[in-house]
Design a protein around this ligand. Structure first.
Ligand SMILES: NC(=O)c1ccc[n+]([C@@H]2O[C@H](COP(=O)([O-])OP(=O)(O)OC[C@H]3O[C@@H](n4cnc5c(N)ncnc54)[C@H](O)[C@@H]3O)[C@@H](O)[C@H]2O)c1
Ligand SMILES: [Fe+2]
Length: 391
């Protein structure tokens, strides 16, 4: 195991909840409570600004994420963002959006680095300097409470650029936002597909934290269990009444994804995230969906190798919410998820036969932190079998 993974295993903290967490009915209520002003920079999307903020005529500096990229954050995009927002022009960052916007808000709260590249390759320290208020508008990443900011950066080996790109998570407890605002009404405009992907991502965070063999604590388990219960109950409503059923339950999804974030900040994610990472990188499958594509088969493998212990307790939990027998829990979960979002096979994303052996080799090298947190030891053979079954 690498030194960083070992230090996580040895971390004696029972739980890490750094932000103060608020709940508001509307963005207007939040703006009033925090007295938003000209020294605030609000990073969001224009399609969130128009329905929820425009009519308030606030004096803040509004910046729209889509002016910089149509996709996930990249090194060049973050440089452009830094150039566009003068560091001395604000005291507080209000990040209102999905995981990508929250991750950028965290960086805006830090001391400006000499280059973004050096920041991500740890040659410039992460140093908290400005207040950050995180307002999630998706219900998946948990980024509002985590210590990570993810971006696609220029890869390097032994200090030299390789010409390729890689997705890196910059990790520092200095980046955890000081304030989180839960405003469920902001999720009303989130289309069904990204909603479903993000809710499934949160379910997987909670599940991987629940099964975490060494890093989970009594308190992280409590957050995992409640997140799983809330999300499965919501999915049962969607299965029974269709996608619109989510609208009456947005507060529960938003709260569950925060709980799942709190759980995995302590207990860690594992094999599902490790194996889905190259899929997102190579074939640009949305993060939640790429996790979902592997989730069922990974649970099936856990059940074949180690059906007792925490997995049995997970099956009992699923069975209780879904009203089925413990022995049917994994099949029932897979059936329920299929009703929320039809499962695509890996080959539909561009994934090839060759990837079945290439991806496990890359995961074994690059995703140690996640793989070492697996419920059962994860060998290359086991990973190959999972990719093959999902192909
Ligand atoms: N920091 C962390 O802990 C962490 C963890 C996992 C992933 N991430 C990062 O988070 C990002 C994924 O986050 P995500 O799943 O929230 O996706 P996202 O931020 O890409 O948002 C998904 C899509 O929904 C749109 N959207 C968001 N809120 C909306 C709303 N209220 N109405 C209409 N449209 C809306 C976005 O513009 C986007 O097109 C990735 O960049 C990933 O690397 C961060
Ligand atoms: Fe995730």
């Amino acid at each position: 195991m690498d030194a960083f993974s070992a230090s996580l295993m040895a971390d004696p903290r029972e739980i890490i909840i750094a932000p103060t967490i608020y709940r508001f009915a509307s963005f207007a209520d939040m703006a009033q409570r925090f007295a938003l002003n000209a020294r605030d920079v609000v990073l969001t999307n224009e399609f969130i600004f128009q329905p929820f903020m425009a009519q308030l005529a606030l004096p803040c500096q509004f910046v729209f994420y889509e002016q910089f990229t149509g996709g996930e954050p990249s090194e060049d995009m973050i440089e452009a963002l830094f150039r566009a927002i003068d560091y001395d022009s604000y005291d507080r960052v209000i990040a209102v959006g999905g995981g990508a916007i929250l991750d950028m808000g965290k960086l805006l709260g830090c001391k400006r680095p000499d280059t973004v590249h050096n920041l991500f390759f740890k040659r410039f320290p992460v140093q908290h300097e400005k207040q950050v208020v995180a307002v999630p508008t998706t219900c998946g990443t948990g980024s509002e409470c985590t210590n990570i900011s993810v971006a696609i950066v220029k890869d390097e080996k032994d200090g030299a650029l390789t010409g390729a790109e890689t997705k890196l998570g910059l990790v520092s407890d200095d980046m955890i936002p000081g304030t989180v605002c839960l405003i469920p009404s902001l999720l009303a405009t989130l289309p069904y597909h990204p909603f479903a992907c993000s809710a499934i991502d949160a379910l997987i965070h909670a599940t991987e934290s629940f099964l975490s063999p060494q890093r989970k604590t009594m308190t992280s388990e409590m957050f995992s269990v409640r997140a799983i219960e809330l999300i499965l109950e919501g999915f049962r409503q969607i299965a029974a009444n269709g996608p619109e059923a989510r609208m009456a339950y947005l507060g529960e999804y938003l709260t569950a994804s925060l709980y799942a974030g709190i759980a995995f900040l302590k207990a860690g994610c594992a094999t599902v995230h490790a194996m889905s990472f190259p899929l997102g990188g190579a074939y640009h499958v949305p993060h939640g969906e790429s996790n979902y594509m592997l989730f069922g088969e990974i649970l099936q493998l856990y059940d074949a190798v180690q059906p007792e212990g925490e997995l049995l307790r997970l099956k009992q939990l699923i069975a209780r919410v879904c009203g089925c027998k413990d022995t049917d829990a994994i099949a029932a979960l897979r059936g329920l998820l299929e009703q929320v979002l039809p499962l695509r096979a890996l080959h539909e994303t561009g994934f090839t036969q060759a990837d079945i052996t290439a991806f496990p080799a890359s995961v074994a090298v690059n995703q140690q932190r996640l793989i070492s947190n697996s419920y059962v030891p994860m060998t290359r053979e086991r990973m190959e079998a999972i990719y093959r079954a999902c192909y």
